[in-house]
Design a protein around this ligand. Structure first.
Ligand code: GSH
Length: 237
């Protein structure tokens, strides 16, 4: 396949994917204006790391949203972060780690462990798996994710503790965004894509989460979410 193929988990509620990592890659591809074919995968298992997203390009198959983005910047010579100072590059990595290595797991907890979200999850995140297979796979996947949550450590906390952790992370994001309009001032960067992909997957979805109110408590973050959506996903208003 000559054209870049980007594989992502299914979308819903106007989001290209209900996986933050997949949505991050999609946002980056749009931001960098890289021509590609976007392909929905029912499960992450065919990916080289058994996680989504992954890409296929000129015979190469590559997994992990960050490694993919680094590769694409190089390969296509398009870098929405080229204007960042060294200081900002350091902050970008710190923000990304906050989002992907910590706050993401609070979202995973809400989706997979709150019983009221279980039917919604089966119909969306697992919604492209044929029903008979899904019936068998869904409880196995749920046990697997609970194991991952415990392994990470987030799953060992009480719901109240997880809320406290999430509130601090969201407050930190609001403080770093400041007056904006973007995380690093006047120009959008892939940090905006990384933060958007997770916060949109909390705010614009039907899953119950105490994090919705935490985000709403920061009008600057809410405005920024709308700004990002208008800029990168104008068709999804
Ligand atoms: N570091 C990876 C994380 C990807 C990831 O965790 N993807 C999730 C979907 S949001 C997944 O495929 N999980 C399946 C699993 O862990 O079994 C990236 O940036 O792409």
């Amino acid at each position: 396949m000559n054209k870049l193929a980007a594989y992502h988990l299914p979308g819903a509620w106007g989001l290209v994917s209900v996986s933050p990592f997949c949505l991050k890659l999609d946002s980056f591809l749009r931001m960098a204006e890289i021509d590609h074919q976007s392909i929905t995968a029912a499960t992450p298992f065919p990916g080289p790391k058994k996680k989504a997203p992954w890409i296929e390009y000129q015979g190469r198959i590559l997994g992990d949203s960050t490694l993919i983005i680094d590769f694409l910047k190089e390969e296509f010579g398009k870098d929405p972060d080229a204007h960042l100072t060294d200081d900002q590059r350091g902050s970008a990595i710190a923000i990304q780690r906050l989002i992907e290595e910590n706050l993401y797991w609070a979202m995973v907890y809400d989706r997979w462990c709150r019983d009221e979200n279980w039917p919604i999850l089966k119909g969306t995140v697992l919604g492209s798996i044929p029903a008979p297979v899904r019936m068998i796979l869904a409880p196995v996947a749920r046990r697997g994710v609970k194991k991952q949550l415990a392994g990470h450590g987030m799953g060992l906390h009480s719901p109240a503790e997880i809320e406290g952790i999430a509130r601090k992370d969201i407050g930190a994001l609001a403080a770093m965004l400041g007056a904006g309009p973007w995380f690093f001032g006047d120009r959008i960067s892939s940090t905006d894509a990384a933060v958007y992909s997770l916060l949109a997957n909390i705010m614009f979805v039907e899953f119950t989460s105490p994090m919705k109110a935490m985000i709403e408590a920061h009008p600057g973050l809410v405005d920024w979410l709308g700004r990002f959506r208008r800029e990168i996903y104008p068709e999804h208003q």
